[in-house]
Design a binder for this molecule. Structure first.
Ligand code: NAD
Ligand code: DAU
Length: 355
């Protein structure tokens, strides 16, 4: 069995469902259920004995020690984090708490458990840390894409705390020999993406007849990967990655934000046309930029392709169509996640931005 943290969030829940579907191997899913965690994402596993959900904090050493002792997982996969850059600008504390201290405490609990395994089990054990391309900072327009040897240059409180967690994971390998794997992935999109992030925010605002807030000039570039492809990459790294190694994961899909928003609008125009016959693109509004906004991210996924034979299955065109269709078919999920706290967040992040 494996232990997954953060498995009620966007990527974690996609991973857990995919994992059980592909392998049948049981998963203990430890998630604090912050605003971003949602058990509805795991509805398809209800009653399935291969999924054991535990609500709790990765920083709770006693709880994690008990879970490790009780379930004796062969691997721990750490998805749990505070993940939204804009929230990290408004309130960095939670990011330091979970991403830095939480990861540190988790590593300590895992080190203790791992050190008591027999030699074979110790050799086979893996700690897989799910990280981000944002730790590498911002790329100039013509600069080559991030490789695993790029310097760490995090620019937001979010990316700085993820960078700190990556360094701790690395140190636990070098110092204690813990068999760790780190993945640094580009921007994900797909089902169950919380509508604080660009793509789902644009879909739900468009359908609501609200403005589509594009930061700055909208020419910032992100490298987009369909979430199920991230899941398959993590499965492959866990299966065949070498302890101590880092693998960049990406879809070779660099797009400017404004192009993403226009694509979402065109798909909605086709799949759910506005009653007045106008394009959703008419709702686009340029607003004050994100402070310290990174201009460009791009992932060189050559290493994971060469060494582990992984490639994404979706193109951006197929993935974004599936995503828009998923949101159109899952309006109940959307309605449920847009609770009072979500509305407060929209007020915090958007009310003071000038158009
Ligand atoms: P998310 O915010 O949707 O989900 C995070 C999950 O972690 C939530 O279920 C939340 O309840 C849980 N959590 C938060 N603090 C916790 C704690 N202290 N203990 C236990 N659980 C806790 O995030 P996501 O987008 O699914 O990202 C998952 C991971 O992947 C993160 O580590 C993130 O840095 C990384 N990542 C995300 C992307 C992306 O595009 N979303 C890209 C690359 C890497
Ligand atoms: O690169 C990987 C990272 O991608 C992950 O590590 C993060 O967890 C994840 O949130 C994501 O970070 P971004 O900041 O790139 O994602 P976000 O969806 O917040 O924004 C994408 C781009 O769109 C970014 O350039 C900011 C812009 N944007 C975002 C929002 C929410 C807008 O223009 N308007 C918006 O309202």
């Amino acid at each position: 069995m494996i232990l997954v943290t953060g498995g009620a969030g966007f990527i974690g829940s996609n991973f857990v469902v995919d994992w059980v579907g592909h392998t049948g191997e049981p998963v203990v899913n430890l998630d604090l259920l912050t605003y971003a965690g949602n058990l509805q994402n795991l509805d398809s596993l209800q009653g399935n004995p291969a999924h054991i959900f535990v609500q709790g904090d990765i920083g709770d050493r006693q709880l994690v020690a008990d879970l490790l002792k009780q379930h004796r997982p062969r691997a721990v996969l750490n998805f749990a984090a505070e993940s939204h850059v804009d929230r990290s600008i408004h309130g960095p504390d939670a990011f330091v708490q979970t991403n830095v201290l939480g990861t540190f405490n988790l590593l300590e609990s895992v080190r203790e458990y791992w050190s008591q395994l027999n030699e074979t089990e110790r050799g086979e054990f893996r700690f897989l840390h799910v990280s981000t391309d944002e730790v590498y900072g911002s790329l100039a327009p013509q600069a080559p894409a991030f490789t695993e040897t790029n310097r760490y240059e995090p620019n937001s409180p979010y990316s700085a705390t993820k960078a700190a967690s990556d360094h701790l994971v690395r140190a636990y390998h070098h110092t204690y020999g813990l068999p760790v794997l780190t993945t640094n992935c580009s921007n994900n999109y797909g089902p169950y993406h919380f509508p604080e992030k660009l793509i789902p925010l644009m879909i739900v605002n468009a359908l609501d007849g609200k403005s589509l807030p594009v930061y700055g000039d909208g020419r910032q570039i992100r490298d987009w990967l369909y979430v199920k492809d991230h899941c398959s990459a993590i499965r492959r790294v866990l299966e065949a990655g070498l302890p101590g190694e880092v693998y960049n994961v990406g879809g070779w899909n660099e797009k400017a934000n404004i192009d993403i928003v226009n694509t979402v609008c065109s798909l909605l125009d086709e799949l759910r046309p506005r009653e007045d016959g106008q394009s959703y693109a008419g709702q686009i509004t340029y607003v004050t930029d994100r402070p310290g906004h990174d201009r460009r991210y791009a992932i060189d996924a050559g290493k994971i392709e060469r060494e582990l034979g992984w490639k994404p299955a979706e193109t951006f065109e197929t993935g974004i169509r599936k995503t828009v269709q998923w949101y159109l078919s899952n309006q109940d999920w959307v309605a449920n996640v847009r609770s009072g706290s979500y509305r407060e967040w929209l007020e915090t992040n958007y009310a003071a931005r000038q158009t």
